[in-house]
Each structure stands twice: as structure tokens, then as C-alpha cells.
Design a protein around this ligand. Structure first.
Ligand SMILES: [Zn+2]
Ligand SMILES: [Zn+2]
Ligand SMILES: [Zn+2]
Ligand SMILES: [Zn+2]
Length: 119
């Protein structure tokens, strides 16, 4: 049984010579599997799949990731969503005593930052 021809996900042409890069439920020419944003070749590198488009981890962190409202750094792990903003889980804490805030716990808001009821 012959394999179906592999079609490059970037240029949509057949990939000859068995050098296809298998990624994201498809195949790519080795030099066509690049970061959607900066065009860095991603073969053999870590990448992040954003809605079917590959991004290098740098572009993902600087352009795609939500930014934490408290520290301004990209959130690469699961974000805490509260007060119409996104936060690192460890950054969502009382602005006064630094105690981590649970989303199911009551808190006050002061200047856009959470503050626990005891403070
Ligand atoms: Zn291609
Ligand atoms: Zn990139
Ligand atoms: Zn943060
Ligand atoms: Zn507090």
C-alpha cells in the first residue's frame, strides 16, 4: 500500500524525498516548518501550537502569551483570570500582606489589585 503524498502545511506542495517534518497533525518541508511570526526554523526545536500555527517559544512568550497584570511578564502556565485581567497564579495576591488570593474567596479591590478582607 503506497503512502498518500504528504502535503506541506505551509506551501501546500507535495513533500518529496521522505524528509517531511510531522507536526501539528500535518507535514511540512523541513525549511517550511518555521515560526509564524519571526520565521525561525522550528525543526527539532520547541514550539507552541497557536490555533494551528507554529510559533517559536520566544515569539509565543513575547507576542501571544497574556501578560500578567501584576508583574507584566508573560504567563506561560495556566493564568488566573480575575478583575478583567490575567495573572500568574502566584501573582494574584493581596497587595498589602502578599497572601495568595483564591478566586472563590472574597476580596476587596484597591487600585485594580486585590486586597484580602483582613487587611
Ligand atoms: Zn513547503
Ligand atoms: Zn518566532
Ligand atoms: Zn505575574
Ligand atoms: Zn492581606
Amino acid at each position: 500500500m503506497a503512502d498518500a503524498p504528504k502535503i506541506c502545511g505551509t506551501c501546500k506542495k507535495v513533500i518529496e524525498g521522505g524528509k517531511a517534518v510531522a507536526a501539528m497533525n500535518g507535514h511540512f518541508h523541513p525549511d517550511h516548518f518555521t515560526c509564524w511570526s519571526c520565521k525561525t526554523p522550528l525543526m527539532g526545536k520547541q514550539f507552541v501550537d497557536v490555533e494551528g500555527k507554529p510559533y517559536c517559544t520566544d515569539c509565543h512568550a513575547s507576542k501571544i502569551c497574556p501578560k500578567c497584570k501584576a508583574c507584566g511578564k508573560p504567563i506561560t502556565t495556566k493564568a488566573t483570570i480575575a478583575l478583567d485581567a490575567k495573572w500568574h497564579q502566584f501573582c494574584f495576591k493581596c497587595k498589602k500582606c502578599g497572601k495568595p488570593m483564591m478566586l472563590d474567596q472574597q476580596f476587596r479591590v484597591e487600585e485594580g489589585l486585590p486586597k484580602c478582607l483582613t487587611c
